[in-house]
Ligand binder design. Structure first.
Ligand SMILES: *Cc1c(COP(=O)(O)O)cnc(C)c1O
Length: 456
């Protein structure tokens, strides 16, 4: 087919554009880019923020304004933007090997990363399977779990359960275990229906009931469900300790401990989705450590490359691995993505693990957490602040506000005050990069208090 001359796209070069700075990029983006998780029409009233560059905990727009990245760029960044050590590792890898397929081939970065993760993760998770985004890790774990049961002569075990308000990604399989109506309802006809069990979210404990007692009450509900349905169940999937998209719902580790026992007892896999909470976010390298458990599958993504490149990994046990190991091709796990185990992404992940070790990050984070909690006293005790809570490097609270559009107002006021805050409904949360300094923590906490007061 011949392309007509008239249809030739108009090239807008930054030089010839009558607009400049933020406005120019904004117009081009709206014309050509369909942005994720957005109703595009809303950008008419709440403009996009065109980011020119990043350094440390700060992002800079094209007009020279800066924003403190209090949400780690959607929970992925750990050691700041343009981290010199990760940059150097990537430059080195770029001159060596940018990519090779991982089916039938292998390379040093993916082997090293798998070995190091095996050393660091809860004992027994010796096999690493790679994907690209978090959702692809969820898909892999669901398929692997059901395929394990099929290979083990129990093909009827193909259902999954998740917690109420769970979030595990937005591809169809991941969405089928995600319990957030806004993301799910439009696609109801496309996804398999699975059951949910009560969330141990400590905000919904009874008055006078401890978080631990509430967690065990929810575990009892899980037990009743397993008793009834275990014959059809392949796996339970959970976000350990913090349900992020639910609004940073936090819960007591005793739920995980009990869920691990029950899953073992009833022959159901436990999938720990640590895509958001892994890599030190909850105070330990992996959240499961706080319950002293080994899940059957551990999912990592987001922070694993320090927030640089898409990479996800599903770690699993020798028992599961062995159920696929056979002469017949079809018993194998034939899933793949083109960029599985990309060497650049693996090098970024290795550099990230190096920083954890060299800078004793988990300890340093403990003092940052303590500092934030100390200076947050006026915020925590503010009459318009409810359920102020903290797990590791995650903080959240609900604002008692009359504004139905609180999230949008808070985001806008935040930008005016150099803060990138992105509330979930009336839940304001902080999930800063680990390199955030005391001075920046102070800016974050004090200005957030001002914003809450302005919107009370
Ligand atoms: C972000 C997230 C996912 C999905 O990861 P993507 O990279 O966005 O596909 C899955 N599970 C949890 C717990 C997440 O926070």
């Amino acid at each position: 087919m011949r392309r007509s001359r008239q249809a030739k796209p108009v090239m807008i070069s930054p030089m010839s554009n009558p607009l400049s700075g933020n406005a120019a990029l904004l117009a081009r983006s709206l014309a050509a880019v369909w942005h994720p998780c957005s109703q595009m029409k809303h950008y008419e009233s709440f403009p996009l923020i065109p980011i020119a560059r990043g350094k440390g905990a700060w992002l800079y727009d094209h007009d020279g304004k800066r924003y403190l990245d209090a949400v780690s760029s959607w929970w992925v960044n750990l050691f700041g933007h343009c981290n010199p050590r990760i940059n150097a590792a990537l430059r080195d890898q770029l001159e060596t090997l940018e990519h090779v397929m991982l089916s039938g081939f292998t390379h040093e970065p993916v082997v090293q990363l798998s070995e190091r993760l095996r050393e660091l993760a809860p004992a027994g998770l010796g096999h690493c399977f790679y994907g690209s985004d978090g959702a692809s890790a969820t898909e892999i774990a669901l398929k692997m779990s059901a395929h394990y049961w099929r290979n083990s002569g129990k093909p009827e075990k193909s259902q999954f359960i998740s917690l109420q308000n769970s979030y595990h990604g937005e591809t169809l399989g991941a969405l089928s275990v995600t319990d957030i109506a806004l993301f799910r309802d439009a696609y109801g006809a496309l996804i398999r229906q699975h059951s949910t069990v009560p969330s141990p979210d400590s905000r919904i404990a009874n008055v006078g009931e401890t978080n631990a007692a509430y967690a065990l009450r929810c575990a009892a509900a899980l037990e009743r469900h397993l008793q009834q349905h275990h014959h059809q169940l392949a796996a339970l999937i959970v976000e350990p300790l913090v349900q992020g998209a639910a609004g940073m719902a936090m819960y007591h580790p005793s739920y995980l401990k009990r869920a691990r026992e029950l899953c073992a007892q009833y022959g159901v896999h436990l999938i720990a989705d640590e895509i958001a909470v892994g890599m030190g976010r909850t105070g330990t390298l992996f959240a499961c450590e706080q319950a002293d458990i080994t899940p059957d599958f551990l999912l990592l993504s987001k922070g694993i490359t320090g927030g640089y490149l898409p990479l996800s990994v599903v770690m699993t046990t020798d028992e599961i691995y062995q159920a696929f190991y056979a002469d017949q091709t079809a018993r194998g796990f034939l899933h793949s993505h083109s960029y599985t185990g990309n060497p650049l992404a693996c090098r970024a992940a290795l550099a990230t693990l190096d920083i954890f070790a060299q800078d004793d990050i988990l300890n340093t984070n403990r003092s940052k957490t303590a500092y934030l909690n100390t200076i947050a006293k006026p915020l925590r005790e503010h009459p318009r602040v409810r359920n102020f809570r903290n797990t590791g490097m995650v903080w959240a609270f609900e604002a008692d506000t009359p504004h139905a559009d609180f999230a949008q107002r808070c985001f806008t006021l935040g930008l005016q005050q150099e803060l990138l805050l992105r509330p979930i409904g009336k839940t304001v949360y902080f999930m800063p990069p680990y390199i955030i300094e005391e001075e920046e923590i102070k800016i974050l906490v004090e200005r957030t208090l001002g914003i809450v007061e302005a919107l009370a």
